[in-house]
Design a protein around this ligand. Structure first.
Ligand code: CDP
Ligand code: MG
Length: 846
């Protein structure tokens, strides 16, 4: 990429300039900054409010710190910054003062005042997220404009805004949040926490981000797609704002990050920004590697936890991947049975408390993918509710923690543990950096993480349980040293760690499909996406595939320019293919259905595939329910997505009668997904009402199932959005000689790949086996399966996916007197690269 020409937004580079440790400072003085921030005249007012104690503390502390990670020495000695007083609750203030970052406020503010781009790095829990926005507020940065803080996760944006408001004794009116579905921003908002996706959307409508004086990109080490894009954009926006004499500060914050990604990336920052290293009171954590790496790490994790629980004092914390979370219950039950037997043998023991464990908690996203043959394995799992089992020591209070869990349940980790109990949190990597669980002393680390892998060419996604990275493993271990010296038990050997673990995980930009990224960038008039200053460039092949797909969808024209459809599509906060479906539905008065469908397709795992209960065997029951919903035989609904639509509608009826939870539990629907879909429907409806002229979509969550005609239209609309993902039934004649025909009963050819794809046993189409289908997604376990399958008619293809059809000449010559009037002819053609014959189409003479 280095040799290619610059994109529109990138600056010229000086390749031969070697990065120097001495950081060049900008010449701006604080006075100049005040002028440009337009706050000079208010100086006196502010001084009145100043706390003199704080003031003198600042003055006494003015000498810049020389060492300890601040790679910076201010050139100009400055007067204290403009100061806005915050009257804090004394108790909160005492707690704050325990954070080492507080002692460094002066130095940190000096670096921020005299640089436009700053990197802040420090361990999780050191106070970056909660304290730095407060420093900025006190330093006068919120006097005229807002302070923006982005988080990759919604849960962090909400809970951090609440925490900061509480610490500052302010309300949600002043310290607010804005995430995809909700927010409490007002005209008085000073500090605004938001998801990175929300800020990216704001850049699209106001490229200079003129409402903000500072943008903090938090958790940059996670390298989420949107944060990565924002880093690149902001590196340029800061320059533009400088030129306009309206400076904007960019603060990139991260835990233990690969600083070099930001500091040595000179496409991104020509001059490496100063790095502020925040100290933390981190106690030593003793790492215990297992001598052997057990194959069954779940069992091993449970064994280890029980051992800690029965022999060592204080809290426990386990960091597993999310499948492990569910399986833990299985292991637990086995192991607990053993312990129960011990009790019979007269051994002393006490209860394990498994509080409010809800089956839904354990039927986690992506589970189905792990059970290639999902009828068997999971139904053997025991129902943990009411398990009364026995472990030596105090009762153990076991709480699950993962991001799809409701906020309410997530908050239980901050609440008081029932007296006499010990807390054990079984968590996904949410607890690695985003949330700090109080009081952890022991970490049990499986070393595993569940990753969604994505094939750049075929678009096949699969979940795999992989070893995590060295950086993540160290993060997990670090959680044990917050309160005092701790211990981390790694369920793998040091040899595995040293030889198998990669240093860092791969950033999302290299893992996710690039469609959305591509269209967003094009819409911001960024022509050469490959030259954009990403912290890590996306894969070239990935971009190429995205471009092809967007052209098939008609979102880009053949020259790669955004079409009218493309502009309409990008107004919707969903994937381009779904945006297209919305744009088309508008013409057919089925918009409310499509909105519901698109919302449902945008939320992961609405319908649960797997039950862990052997007693009720719910997974079969749910499969049966779905078949019933789909109708019998060649039903009118014809597809999994239609069933999804029906399920959401039905759940809303149940909701209106106050029976949502019960209905969802009985029918295998994730109730949290239903409320997220409701919010997304509302949001989409509002956006359509605003963006599309003459449309006022009213949402009634309760929606009757579509009738025959509507279902047919919806299938056509789905085809318009998923036209690149067509599959054709494999015929019996194609089964290779000597092979078992039954093995290919559910086999299909996908138009864009060589391998066969299969209809999953959970699909409602497995009875009718239509000739042509479209699918929402492919995923791979032992075979490649289609997910979200809908039946289509081949004669629809030339209408909805013309870009992939190859139509031949009319079958007969035009009649001799042909004058271009309405004379019909028959045309035969093929579809896709594999040239599947299409049925003859009646058309007017071209
Ligand atoms: O962002 P960073 O990981 O550096 O730390 P933070 O999220 O600002 O948290 C600083 C400290 O505040 C942590 O040590 C937490 O213990 C505490 N905190 C808390 O007690 N309750 C919250 N809701 C958030 C933070
Ligand atoms: Mg943080």
């Amino acid at each position: 990429f280095e040799s290619s020409t610059d994109g529109e937004l990138s600056d010229s580079e000086h390749e031969d300039e070697t990065p120097s440790k001495k950081v060049k400072l900008e010449t701006e003085t604080i006075e100049e900054q005040c002028e440009t921030l337009d706050i000079v005249e208010t100086h006196d007012d502010i001084c009145d409010k100043q706390s003199t104690v704080e003031q003198s503390k600042r003055e006494a502390n003015i000498e810049p710190r020389k060492t300890n990670g601040v790679l910076f020495k201010p050139k100009v000695e400055k007067k204290p910054a403009l100061y806005v007083d915050v009257i804090r609750d004394p108790q909160i203030q005492t707690a704050r003062l325990k954070l080492p970052i507080l002692a460094e406020e002066q130095q940190i503010m000096e670096v921020i005042n005299s640089n436009s781009i700053i990197i802040v790095s420090g361990e999780t829990g050191s106070g970056k997220t909660t304290q730095i926005p407060q420093f900025l507020y006190e330093g006068g940065y919120a006097l005229k404009k807002q302070i923006a803080v982005t988080e990759p996760r919604r849960i962090a944006a909400i809970s951090m805004s609440q925490r900061v408001a509480e610490e500052m004794n302010l309300s949600g009116r002043e310290v607010s949040f804005l995430v995809r579905f909700q927010g409490n921003v007002t005209d008085d908002t000073k500090i605004k926490f938001m998801t990175d996706g929300v800020l990216l959307k704001e850049v699209q409508s106001d490229f200079l981000l003129s409402n903000y004086s500072v943008v903090i990109l938090d958790e940059a080490h996670e390298r989420s797609l949107y944060t990565d894009i924002l880093v690149g954009l902001l590196s340029r926006i800061v320059k533009l704002r400088e030129k306009k004499n309206d400076p904007l500060k960019l603060i990139v914050m991260s835990a233990t990050l690969r600083l070099e990604d930001f500091t040595t990336n000179r496409r991104l920052f020509k001059v490496p920004p100063p790095v502020i290293k925040v100290d933390t009171r981190q106690f030593p954590v003793t790492i215990h590697f297992n001598r052997r790496t057990e194959e069954d790490y779940l069992k091993e994790a449970f064994r280890k936890t029980v051992k800690i629980h029965s022999t060592l004092p204080d809290g426990v914390y386990c960091c597993f991947d999310r499948v492990a979370l569910k399986k833990t219950v299985e292991v637990e039950n086995d192991a607990l049975k053993d312990l129960g037997d011990n009790r019979k043998k007269g051994k002393r023991s006490k209860k394990v408390v498994l509080p409010e464990i809800n089956l839904n908690d354990y039927s986690l996203p992506g589970d189905a993918e792990h059970n290639s043959d999902y009828e068997g394995s999971d139904s053997e799992l025991e129902d943990p509710i009411g398990t009364e089992s026995v472990v030596h020591g105090q009762p153990l209070w076991v709480l699950p923690l993962y991001s799809l869990l409701s906020v309410q349940k997530q908050n239980r980790i901050f609440q008081q543990v029932p007296s006499g109990c010990r807390l054990c949190v079984v968590s996904t990597n949410v607890a690695e950096t985003s949330l700090t669980i109080p009081g952890i002393k022991y970490v049990v680390d499986s070393g595993k993480t569940k990753t969604k892998l994505y094939d750049k060419v075929t678009g096949v996604s699969s979940y795999a349980i992989c070893w995590t990275s060295k950086a993540s493993a160290d993060q997990r271990a670090g959680r044990a040293g917050r309160m005092g010296p701790g211990h981390c038990y790694r369920l793998y050997s040091s040899a595995v760690f040293n030889d198998t673990f990669v240093d860092f995980g791969e950033p999302e930009i290299r893992r996710a499909p690039a469609d959305d990224l591509y269209l967003r960038m094009r819409n911001m008039n960024i022509e050469k996406i490959i030259n954009f200053p990403f912290p890590t460039a996306p894969d070239l092949l990935q971009l190429k595939t995205a471009e092809t797909r967007l052209k098939i969808l008609g979102v880009l024209d053949q020259n790669g320019k955004v079409t009218g459809l493309g502009r309409a599509v990008s107004k919707f906060p969903v994937l381009p293919r779904f945006g297209k479906m919305l744009a088309l539905s508008h013409q057919h008065e089925i918009l409310p259905y499509t909105i519901c469908l698109v919302a449902a397709l945008s939320i992961p795992e609405v319908l649960m595939e797997v039950s862990i209960s052997a007693k009720t065997d719910s997974s079969d029951k749910w499969a049966a329910t779905r078949l019933r919903w789909a109708g019998s035989g060649n039903s009118y609904l014809l597809g999994d997505n239609m069933v999804l639509l029906k399920a959401v509608g039905a759940a809303e009826f149940a909701h209106s009668e106050g029976k949502l939870e019960q209905f969802c539990a009985e029918n295998g629907i994730r109730s949290k997904a239903v409320s997220e879909i409701r919010k997304l429907r509302l949001q989409l409806s509002n956006e359509i009402s605003v963006n599309v002229a003459d449309t006022d979509v009213v949402v009634d969550p309760k929606m009757a199932p579509p009738n025959d005609l509507q279902a047919k239209l919806l299938r056509q609309i789905l085809l318009a959005g998923l036209g690149d993902q067509v599959a054709k039934k494999m015929s019996v004649d194609e089964v290779p000689a000597g092979e078992n025909k039954a093995k290919f009963k559910y086999a299909y050819h996908a138009n864009n790949m060589e391998d066969l794809v299969f209809l999953h046993r959970g699909s409602v189409l497995k009875r009718s086996l239509p000739e042509f289908v479209i699918y929402q997604e492919l995923y791979e376990t032992n075979k490649i399966y289609m997910r979200g399958v809908t039946a289509i008619e081949p004669e629809w293809l030339p209408i909805y996916v013309p870009t992939l059809c190859n139509l031949g000449a009319p079958l007969a010559d035009p009649p001799p007197c042909f004058t271009g009037g309405k004379v019909m002819c028959t045309i035969v053609g093929t579809f896709g690269s594999q040239a599947w014959p299409l049925p003859p189409i009646k058309m007017e003479y071209p």
